[in-house]
Design a protein around this ligand. Structure first.
Ligand code: CMC
Length: 432
């Protein structure tokens, strides 16, 4: 995609001028190729948090954080969320193009036929305590898939890689629903091939074997939107984790398990859960100023969950779509006077006008609204990040596959600035 042009970057070290090529992407910032810097100078670059580092070339997802733009394979997220569906989005992320009708039907059938998990996997669930966090269960059971599907773990075989991607997209909702059912002490509901991806997921979560109940269409559409909005997000922490794990040649199930572990953190996918807990803690609209002040206080670790983003310095485009979905769903469910929503709306208004948040460009992110939507659907807070992981699987597998295909990728191995003891002799314990 990107090609080198004649532009160079000059670096002067100890009066010696070094030149590095500047690579251009199709859009977005150029990159200075410093891969030879260490062999040229014996020096590393230092960039904790990778704020100025591009770790790969990719054709999958583009973000313009200043303008609030998110594109999957060039398509704006708003259009995909409005007009498309999640399976189509998975196909797009994996293959680079939207499917035509017959490609879509075939893909739908393949995914549908991979939704069941090996029956023995059920036994893993009984090993977990009922109060286990479902993300803890997901880390374990997704990694355990590598013990069941040996015929799709050879990363050098494109066909096996493809099947692994299909399996992960198809089985994540089944495993997520099993984790939820385990926490409730209810029997597992098997996937139903006559249901859409989102409806099937909701049915596995909220269905019971004693009743035949139709899945609510509005809930199913909202679920589908949540999945589309979370499907990919460029080289975020969990995706970079998946790529780094995959760079060693690890199998895809293990790589996605590592992504799930990373996603769990409150600064990443765990923010939707943290946001709802925060709204609970705020409790009432009248307490908002106190919490805004806490968030602004340098000596207080409290942050407004669901605000701020490493890349977006504008409104998160996913938050806009989610805000609309949130209102539609609460209207549909007769919950529009929901006290949490009232706190969320007021919080958003105050924060958007407050100098601290304006100056630091801290806008609401997708997690600000997704938590409220998921709660309205009936999910407990512990499941929020699990839902995020189901959606993000499409991005993880697409990025992992792109990484394996990329001949320029080597095992990921960052270096460091060592600031520890420069070297000393071992002393016997009695002399210490
Ligand atoms: N509330 C109050 N102050 C904040 C917040 C916040 N939510 N976020 C950032 N700041 C301040 C921060 O204190 C710092 O101030 P100063 O420059 O005076 O030290 C400044 O803004 C920059 O923050 P940072 O931590 O250096 O920024 P970052 O890019 O490292 O962090 C972030 C990004 C998302 C981790 C952070 O904004 C945050 O913790 N937000 C709350 C958690 C959250 O909502 N996370 C979900 C991210 S979106 C979902 C996803 O894509 O994973």
């Amino acid at each position: 995609m990107s090609d080198k042009n004649s532009e160079n970057a000059k670096l002067t070290i100890n009066n010696e001028d070094l030149r590095y090529s500047v690579d251009k992407g199709s859009i977005g910032p150029d990159v200075i190729d410093i891969s030879k810097l260490y062999s040229d100078t014996g020096k590393f670059t230092y960039d904790p948090g990778f704020t100025s580092t591009a770790s790969c070339k990719s054709t999958i997802t583009y973000i313009d954080g200043e303008e609030g733009v998110l594109l999957y394979r060039g398509y704006p997220i708003e259009q995909l969320a409005e007009k498309g569906n999640y399976l189509e989005t998975c196909y797009l992320l994996l293959n680079g193009e939207l499917p035509n009708q017959s490609e879509y039907n075939e893909f739908d059938e393949i995914i549908t036929n991979h939704t069941m998990v090996h029956e023995q996997l059920n036994r893993f669930f009984t090993g977990f305590r009922p109060d286990a966090h479902p993300m803890a269960i997901m880390c374990g059971v997704v990694g355990a898939l590598s013990a069941f599907y040996h015929d799709s773990t050879d990363v050098n075989d494109p066909e096996q890689r493809k099947i692994a991607c299909f399996r992960l997209i198809a089985k994540m909702p089944t495993l997520a629903a099993m984790a939820y059912k385990h926490s409730l002490g209810q029997p597992t509901i098997y996937p139903q091939n006559n249901l859409s991806y989102a409806s099937n997921f909701l049915n596995m979560c909220f269905g019971v074997p004693t009743e035949d109940k139709d899945v609510n269409e509005t809930l199913s559409k909202a679920m589908d939107k949540i999945l589309i909005l979370h499907a990919d997000h460029e080289q975020n922490a969990s995706t970079s984790t998946v790529r780094l794990a995959g760079s060693s040649g690890a199998n895809p199930f293990a790589c996605i398990a590592s992504g799930i572990a990373c996603l769990w953190g409150p600064a990443h996918g765990g923010a939707n859960e943290a946001c709802l807990r925060m709204l609970d803690e705020i409790g009432s609209v009248k307490n908002i100023p106190e919490f805004i002040n806490k968030a602004k206080d340098k000596n207080d670790p409290f942050r407004l969950m669901g605000f701020g983003h490493r890349v977006y310095k504008n409104y998160d485009p996913r938050a806009k779509v989610m805000q609309k979905t949130c209102h539609e769903l609460l209207d549909h469910l007769g919950l529009k006077n929901d006290p949490k929503l009232a706190i969320a709306m007021e919080l958003e208004k105050i924060a958007l006008e407050d100098d601290y948040f304006v100056e630091k460009k801290l806008y609401p992110n997708v997690d600000f609204y997704s938590g409220i939507v998921m709660k309205a659907m009936g999910f407990p807070m512990e499941m929020f990040t699990v839902l995020f992981s189901v959606g993000r699987t499409a991005g993880w597998v697409s990025q992992w596959d792109e990484m394996v295909e990329d001949k320029s990728q080597r095992i990921g191995r960052p270096r460091q600035l060592y600031v520890g003891n420069p070297g000393r002799d071992y002393q016997d314990i009695k002399q210490r």
